[in-house]
Design a binder for this molecule. Sequence first.
Ligand code: SGN
Ligand code: CA
Length: 525
Amino acid sequence: MKNNNRFILGGLATAALTGCGGQPEPPRRPMNILYIMTDDHTSQMMSCYDGRYASTPNLDRIAEEGVRFTNSFVANSLSGPSRACMLTGKHSHKNGFYDNTTCVFDGSQQTFPKLLRKAGYETAIVGKWHLESLPTGFDHWEILPGQGDYYNPDFIRQTGDTVRCEGYITNIITDKSIEWLEHGRDPEKPFCLVVHHKAQHRNWMADTCDLALFEDRTFPVPETFYDDYEGRPAAAAQEMSIASNHDMDPIYDLKMRQPGRKSRLSDAYEAMIGRMNPEQRAAWDRFYEPIAADFYARNPQGRELAEWKFTRYMRDYLKTLKSLDDNVGRLLDYLEESGLAGNTLVVYTSDQGFYMGEHGWFDKRFMYEESLRTPLVMRMPGGAKGQIAEMVQNIDYAPTFLELAGAPVPEDIQGRSLLPLLRGGHPEDWRESIYYHFYEYPAEHMVKRHYGVRDERWKLIHFYDDIDVWELYDLEADPRELHNLFGNPAYAAEQERMMKELVKLQTQYDDTAAMEKNASYDRKR
Ligand code: SGN
Ligand code: CA
């Protein structure tokens, strides 16, 4: 066992502890865990991280009353893989869930909810699951099939039946979560409730009550919006460009529907709005029809079209986010009102970051900063407040929750407990770099397979499979990652150092398949 802590009591912490004065402390109840994760919510769109675009007062509340991690990263920037990393505390090559398209999560493997149950917790998950097999290790679950729907979504229940729920997804997930907290759980047990929101995932369909918001807002395009990808062939090969009508579909993504007009994804859009009830549909059409009529009448082209699409994308994302923030506020309020807040760790994060026009993109996948990073704020009663700058990763959540519960952390968990940081400590032996590996290729958005290492200042990436390209970035001099320094003799020492760091992490995490692909380094450097 590792990361043992002095609070381990084996199962429920009901025994008396000896305080520092030698006096027994009163029995302490293990802390509850509320883990809220939003799909595709990026820190550029969370006001405690970035004040330019969004206002997220309820999410910020968690950070204000607790901590905000300023260097929080994922291990594989995609939904299913991130969820598997989070549940197991292991990188993709160890948990077996590499990509969304070919994998089925092996639910017989060790996960933190299973270990929490052994420690006496009651566990539940509501919302997006996206791991193909059905959940294991949860006392209660209600999940969306696949990506789920924004309007009148179906839920798969534990009984095996699929039921349609009337309303807007973010409200429904919150209702179900509060319902379980209020009436579903065993009040005698500590709980771990996992709330997985479907918003902010494509295609950013807002609640009808939020449609009219942000229509007066315009946004300067990011500095890298017109990136030419020079020196970065993998970046040039992607299909996630806002400007491209193939990649970002005006009908499906931006709701520019007109009767008789077709596009690559218009049928998928018809199916989505086909789920709406007459009232929802009337509000929807009332809002988007005049915008579509104006758009097709003006028929913008070139940069005008790209920037118009960017504006609509940003507005829709913000509208969807408004509901998300409101609903997280409802959950926080419930914790206060029910008296649970004083003994509940609240975690808010996303399954990865997202591009909001940086490099001209939407979507994620790349090891570049915007999608490698993920928002992470936590509020632990009695815990530290402020910012935490240590590099943390989504494989760290599982050991954190286990340590908090007083449960042993199995040796094979690859993440490290964040509890010392949450208690205000700064362990000297904290990690100095993180490891990343993305596998979903060939696939939608055409982001090539790659792995790499990032430390405080440098990043080394190897794109492989049908390409063999190494990239090196100095994040201090080039935070937007526009200048690939790989092979530049002026940076040979840093390059060598980062290569050694990469091999060190691959060895530590036992990613032998990736190590075999390192051979090209010597040919290319
Ligand atoms: C869907 C989306 C993609 C997105 C993936 C993965 N296309 O396939 O744009 O990259 O999900 O997202 S859509 O036409 O179905 O909207 S993930 O967050 O679930 O990994
Ligand atoms: Ca996602």
